[in-house]
Each structure stands twice: as C-alpha cells, then as structure tokens.
Design a protein around this ligand. Structure first.
Ligand code: GDP
Ligand code: IMO
Ligand code: MG
Length: 430
C-alpha cells in the first residue's frame, strides 16, 4: 500500500493535519496537491502547537520528504515566513527535505486585493473567503495568465512580467472596484527577495514521486479543505477554487490514478463550517455553542468562529462516492463526551420527499430538512483510550453506526489534539 491519499470529507478543518502528522511517522514522503494558505493545519506534539498553511504536515518528523505539487497555489511571502518559523523552532534543518513544483502557480499581491475587494462588495452574499487571494490566483491559472514558480526563478524576465501584470490588474482594481493601484516596482523588489528564499526548493515533483514510488517508498497525500468545498462537487458557489477530492491528487502532483492504493476520508464526529453557505445540520442553539467551546472551533487561518452542527452522514456518503473512499477516520470523538444524546443526519427531506442525491443547487439545499437518528451519548472521557474496545460502549456504537451509514470501515479514531491521542484500527500502509 505505498500511495495513500487522505482528504477532508466535510467542509474542511476535519483534523487532517493532526492525522497526517500522526501517520507521517510511517510514511517516507508527504505531499500537498491543491489549495494554498487558505488551509490551516494544527499539529500538537508534547503540548507544543504548530500551524502549517503550505508546508505538508509531515514536516515535524525528521527525515521525511515534503513535496508541494503543481496543483497548489503559493503565496511566496507566506511560504518564506513558514520556512523561517519552522527553522527557528528546529523542525526544518535540511533544505533537501522540501521540494516545490516549478509548475505551481503564485499568489500575487493583486490576487489578495482582488479577493478582498470582491468579498467586500458582496454584502450578505459573501462567500466568507479567507481573503488570501485563492480564487483570483486559480482564476488566472485557468485563464492562462498566471505566474508560476519557474517564472519567479527567472530573475531576468521577472520584472517585465510583473510590470505588465500589475498594470493590468491595477487598472481593473481602480476601474471596476474603485480601489487604489499597486506599485509594480515595490512588488518586483519584494518578489526578487522571495526568489532567493525559495530557489533552493525548486524541483520536478512528479519525477521525485516517480523515483520514490519506484524505490517502494510510502507516500501520503495530504488534502486541504474538504469535499463539500470542492469547486465541482461542493456547495457551489460557497466553495473554494480548487478540486479538493482525491482525484485532484493525480493532477495536482503528477501521478496516475492507478498508482493510488487507498483513499481515506477524514471526518469530525460532528460537523463544522467556516464562512458562508448552506449547512443543513447546523445548530444555532446552546448545543452548537457547546460544540464550539468544547472543540475550540475557531479557524486556524483567520481565527473566525466555526459554525457547528451534528454529523451529516448523507453528505459523508456523498463524499464516499465522489472520492472513492476506501475507509474513513473520525476525529474529535472526545468532544461529544458529556453532551447527552447525539444526533446523526441520515438523509435530507425536501417538500415531503427524501432526496436520493446531494442537491447541486442552493435553493433545494436551503429548503432541505435533515432526517435525524438519535443515539445515546456517554459521560466518560475518551482521551486515555488507545484501543477501540476501551472506548465506552455508546461511543463504539456511534462509530459502528457511522460505518454502516457511510458504507466503509473506520480505520482510526482521534480522541484528542495530541499526536498520540489516536486509536488506530487499521494502519494506512497496511
Ligand atoms: P485541518 O485543517 O483539517 O488540519 O484541521 P484544523 O487543524 O484546522 O482543525 C482541527 C482542530 O482540532 C485543531 O485545532 C486540532 O488540534 C484539533 N483536533 C484534531 N483532532 C482532534 C481530536 O481528536 N480531538 C480534539 N479535541 N481536537 C482535535
Ligand atoms: P483546511 O485545509 C475550512 C473556506 C472559506 C470559505 C471558502 C472559500 O484548514 O481544512 P477561499 O479562501 O478558499 O476562497 O474561501 O472556503 N475554506 C476553508 N474552510 N478549512 C479550510 O482549509 C478552508 N479553506 C477555505 O472559509 O468559506
Ligand atoms: Mg484547517
């Protein structure tokens, strides 16, 4: 089982970083393949917390190779800061551990400005983006007007490329949004600095992966965001601007679909969402507030409070289908301790009809009512458990019910933010 893809099965923040960090000890290579620094992955080891936005969550394990694929959009300022931070904390001591695809697109200062200007004018129709320039950067990639990492390294031509793009985007910012223009010479100076910082990491990620897989090395692909934020399969337009499903691992890193052995979906034991958009199982009551408080549900990237609700097994089953999940891992089961009876949404009802498929349109989604099932809760703390059998019976029954509803086995359960607070039922590379 050398190639395992791990993706978010909900609306992001499922605890992907924690599980990637947990299992990175068993892997040789960890790969990011989509998204950018809209992602925020919190890793906790021996009470010390590290948040990574761009560098794969395998970085805390010495000797592991970390790759950033072509499908990622890179804000060079954020990446340089992240490298410097990890270096200062002695997690990153060997330049050869990080390889960045020369085909990855760059997030430019005008992308951030365009993202924020567009959101500010949407009023209550706001997507609630992270404001990091993700949408405009992916738009330029698809419009074939983006700058890629290899352009950053071509210091001779970079100034003219930046001058021409800044002129065009400044005109747009001024004339369409009434915003101030950017200063091209300042951007050029800044970017020449980033080129020097990032040049040591430039590489051909697809070839590195081919070589590593050829040597029988174990590779863990780390998704960012979640299935319901996927540009095609998510709750459009309240989504991010990349494909977040497992299929994107191939296009975003340069491997073929037949090389993937397992696809693992990560889900919380309940649901959260940050930003706008439909959320059928949302709880706008004291239970929702309690989940937020117990689960410390505040964004790792923007600090915004996350919206909280019960587990949505209908959405999870959809995530199983569009990712081809072979198994799931459940995080934050500990947060449900002492909450009383627990609900699971087992389907959506719309105008007296039970839906067969996850609706593509906002209008149907907004008219949907969850169909609930209730299970008993448990008062005992789970955080010392290290085996499935040592979990309280109702917690075991809750996990088994999720398995039945999603139709794939549960391979691990996370019962705390620390690396070791994990019950492993089946190892990813088994
Ligand atoms: P990611 O974006 O999917 O990597 O998730 P985030 O890091 O944004 O959010 C997950 C949050 O939950 C982080 O603060 C983690 O430290 C924390 N966390 C992860 N797993 C668990 C768990 O099993 N229990 C508890 N209580 N916290 C967890
Ligand atoms: P991780 O990897 C949760 C959400 C934003 C917004 C929408 C679009 O930590 O799970 P964008 O800035 O991408 O254009 O915003 O997507 N979003 C996330 N929500 N976790 C994330 O990443 C997210 N990345 C983007 O809140 O609703
Ligand atoms: Mg996150």
């Amino acid at each position: 089982m050398p190639l395992v893809v791990l993706v978010g099965a909900q609306w992001g923040d499922e605890g992907k970083g924690k599980l990637v960090d947990h299992f990175a000890g068993e892997a040789d290579v960890v790969v990011r393949f989509q998204g950018g620094n809209n992602a925020g992955h919190t890793l906790v080891v021996d009470d010390e917390q590290v948040i990574v936005h761009l560098i794969p969550s395998g970085i805390l394990h010495r000797g592991k190779l970390c790759l950033i694929g072509n499908g990622v959009v890179i804000d060079p300022q954020v990446l340089c800061e992240e490298i410097a931070n990890l270096r200062a904390r002695h997690y990153f001591d060997d330049d050869s551990r990080l390889v960045i695809s020369t085909r990855a697109h760059l997030i430019m200062p005008y992308h951030r400005r365009l993202d924020q200007a567009s959101e500010n004018r949407k009023g209550d129709q706001k997507i609630g983006t992270t404001g990091r320039g993700i949408g405009p950067a992916y738009s330029d990639k698809m419009a074939r007007t983006g700058l890629r990492f290899h352009h950053l390294l071509d210091e001779q031509r970079l100034p003219d490329r930046i001058r021409s793009l800044v002129a065009e985007k400044s005109t747009y910012l001024q004339q369409v949004w009434g915003e101030s223009p950017l200063n091209a010479e300042e951007v050029i100076l800044e970017f020449l600095g980033y080129a020097r910082c990032l040049a040591p990491y430039a590489g051909e990620v697809s070839r590195v992966l081919d070589e590593q897989l050829g040597q029988g090395k174990r590779v863990l692909f780390e998704g960012a965001q979640g299935t319901m934020l996927d540009i095609d399969h998510g709750t459009y337009p309240f989504v991010t601007s990349s494909n977040t499903v497992a299929g994107a691992a191939c296009t975003g890193a340069g491997v073929g679909p037949r090389q993937i052995d397992k696809v693992i979906g990560i889900t919380k034991a309940y649901t959260t969402r940050v930003g706008g958009g439909p959320f059928p199982t949302e709880l706008q009551d004291e239970i929702g507030a309690s989940l937020r408080e117990r689960g410390k549900e505040f964004g790792a990237t923007t600090g915004r409070p996350r919206r909280c609700g019960w587990l949505d097994a209908f959405a999870l089953n959809y995530a199983r289908r569009v990712n081809g999940l072979t198994e799931i891992m459940i995080t934050k089961l500990d947060v449900l301790t002492g909450l009383g009876p627990i609900r699971i949404c087992v389907g959506y009802q719309c105008q007296g009809r039970i839906l067969e498929d996850y609706p593509p349109d906002l209008e149907t989604l907004e008219a949907c009512e969850p169909v609930w099932e209730e299970l008993p809760g448990w008062p005992e703390s789970l955080r010392a458990s290290r085996s499935f059998g040592s979990l309280p019976r109702p917690a075991q029954a809750y996990v088994r019910r999720i398995e039945q509803l999603v139709k794939v086995p549960v391979a691990a359960i996370s019962i705390g933010p620390e690396r070791e607070e994990t019950v492993v039922i089946r190892h990813p590379f088994e």
